[in-house]
Design a protein around this ligand. Sequence first.
Ligand code: SAH
Ligand code: SF4
Ligand code: F3S
Length: 477
Amino acid sequence: MSKQQTMLVSEEELLRQEEFSHRVKEILEMRYGDHMPVAHVHSYGCQQNVSDGEKIKGMLARMGYGFSESTADADLVIYNTCAVRENAEDRVFGNVGALKHNKQRRRGMVIGLCGCMMQQEHIVHRLQKSFPYVDLIFGTHVLHRLPELLYQTLSTRERVFETPDSDGVIAEHLPIQRDGSLKAWVPIMYGCNNFCTYCIVPYVRGRERSRTSREILAEVEQLVLDGYKEITLLGQNVNSYGKGLEEEINFSGLLRKINSLDGDFRIRFMTSHPKDATPELIDTIAECEKVCHHLHLPVQSGSDRILREMNRHYDTESYLELIRYARQRIPDISFTSDIIVGFPGETREDFLQTMDLIRQVRYDSLFTFIYSKRVGTKAASMDDPTPAEDKTKWLMELLEEQKRIGEQQLQRYVGDTMRVLADGPGKAGEGYLTGRTEQNLIVDFPASEELIGSFVEVTITKALNWALLGEINTSHR
Ligand code: SAH
Ligand code: SF4
Ligand code: F3S
């Protein structure tokens, strides 16, 4: 059996879960009669997690649950958690704490926790000890077994904990209840092998593994038939897509295949690790008309010394070289990035190099984070002498500078005509719609609501600090 096949959740197992799904449905019908039980599912963290949340909802819908945005009327609450930074974890603990009262008020209510936090032993211990009203805890590697685990919870009324450590599996053909009807998330790979020294993801998500191109293409094809206009391919490092598959394919090859599918839709992807972003990838973006001219390329730091300490496997020179090549091949390409401020041992000097780098690249926007110590990672045992106040001050400086750059960057689009996917009512005023350009920039423009869900050509008239304003270009209609 190939490695790929051993990672794949078997047909038998999926059928077994369907069987449990029926049993849960029977229990619910007995308990709730004609009144449909209500679930509240909330995903924290990255789009991978949001995508998992859509599968959780898909499975729950099959078991007979309806959904609510609020926890107040929920018979089942599932928090799909994120472990990437301490404040993400604190938020979960706070919200779980608040559920205690709901549970007292609502007999038979079930509280479930899953996702990345549940793959950490110290977190599970804490929940076990201090949160006795949490009924069900399951990890990232057993998501597809939700029907079985929920059945156990409902039928025994005992606490169920299922958080095995694993290299990870791939579960195809789970039901999915998507959050939107225009934009869809499509994971192309799971897990991560990079072990950046600050990051918990490889410990909680298992090893890197790719879905076959056949499965991905079938999913995208169906989404396009269903009217989806924007497909975002997901992975912690999409640039290493294809490793370990029997077929000979890399990420560029996958992009080309998806690009050649029929239909009017656009393709986005995230995240690209700079160490594996190649000129071939840039050429592919340039040549595939459906692939958006936007690259989210997390740099993390502008100091080569810190990048080495982070185990990132690139330096600022190679990073800037790639940016230069991309700008030469795709002049209207937009760059965004992630930056960590205050990595252990980062000095003012290192930080100033990050400031220098963002001035050179001129990102359209940045996601910035203060370093957060994660139990079990290599960086957790590194000396971290910089006081927290200094780190906060540096972050403010960075935000200030990026605000200035971002505003200038937006100005350069004034006068351009851009293709925008109209996706809802705009904030700029009465009668405005809002949408995103290929570069992922927000544009508000006056238009009738019938245009929601279609691509429109918009000429940019003004840059505000948060978005662009424009008018529909009638010559293109
Ligand atoms: N796989 C993606 C990133 C996933 S995590 C990549 O490699 O680009 C998203 C972002 O969270 C990271 O890019 C990083 O900037 C930030 N991050 C991860 N771990 C962190 C930590 N311990 N403290 C602060 N920020 C962190
Ligand atoms: Fe974390 Fe690095 Fe993997 Fe991204 S590539 S998920 S930052 S270990
Ligand atoms: Fe968070 Fe897990 Fe994503 S740790 S960022 S939800 S992979």
